[in-house]
Design a protein around this ligand. Structure first.
Ligand code: MN
Length: 242
């Protein structure tokens, strides 16, 4: 999904080059087509863009409040996207988001922070939804029960990792390369896809425990936010990542 950005850029680059090379344009279209080629050429500079939420800012009330969702998505996530695009340009980097994460160690920290921020939030919006939560079903329930005894025990361990992450960061349920489920947490905007992560693997479930994710409504009560977040977990999406 995230590689579409690169394909789109390549397509736009090609389209722009064709324009420059003198693509035959019927004269009655010339004015507007030239204009649209120019405006699309500017998009070549944008590697990544803010994804839409699949629901309204108010859809997760009362568990996650409207203002928090609005600021979190339209300002915080947007800032990661903007800063990442700028960092790509300034450092002459052309790579997919997945490649940036896999090779974080070789890039400047501005790339690590903002590529992580973009990936993590894009993931986070999909991993929650209205009228969700409860206990997982099917394959993911079996995997959780098989690894952590039962769902209640898993919730306890996951919430504990989220509580103990000092400062800003994330807690994750990860599927490691040998197929095991593990709970881990990462600082700042790091994630388990990064070469620098302590525990590497595919994120299955992840919670943002930066204060910006909860402070407006829950103030310093991170535990209350985590409790509420269980009510919006999109288990079908998490299950699809196993
Ligand atoms: Mn966040």
């Amino acid at each position: 999904m995230m590689e579409n950005n690169n394909n789109r850029r390549q397509f736009i680059k090609n389209a722009a080059m064709l324009g420059v090379a003198g693509l035959v344009i019927p004269s009655f279209l010339k004015g507007s087509s030239q204009e649209s080629i120019l405006s699309h050429t500017e998009m070549v500079d944008d590697f990544f863009s803010l994804p839409m939420l699949g629901y309204g800012y108010d859809a997760l009330e009362p568990h996650i409040d409207t203002l928090t969702m609005q600021i979190h998505h339209s300002r915080h996530h947007q800032a990661y996207v903007t800063n990442l695009n700028n960092a790509m340009k300034q450092n002459n980097i052309d790579a997919s988001l997945e490649d940036l994460l896999k090779n974080t160690a070789k890039y400047p920290s501005v790339v690590r922070n903002n590529a992580g921020g973009h990936w993590n939030h894009t993931y986070f919006w999909k991993a929650i939804k209205p009228n969700a939560g409860g206990a997982p079903k099917g394959k993911i329930a079996d995997a959780i029960n098989g690894t952590f005894e039962n769902f209640e025990k898993f919730k306890e361990l996951f919430a504990d990792a989220a509580m103990k992450r000092f400062g800003s960061g994330w807690a994750w349920l990860v599927k490691t390369s040998d197929g095991k489920l593990m709970i881990t947490s990462t600082p700042n905007q790091d994630n388990p896809l990064m070469d620098v992560a302590e525990v590497k693997g595919t994120p299955v479930l992840g919670i943002d425990v930066w204060e910006h994710a909860y402070y407006l409504h829950y103030q310093n009560k991170r535990a209350d936010y985590i409790n509420a977040w269980w009510n919006v977990v999109n288990w079908e999406y998490a299950g699809s990542l196993l």
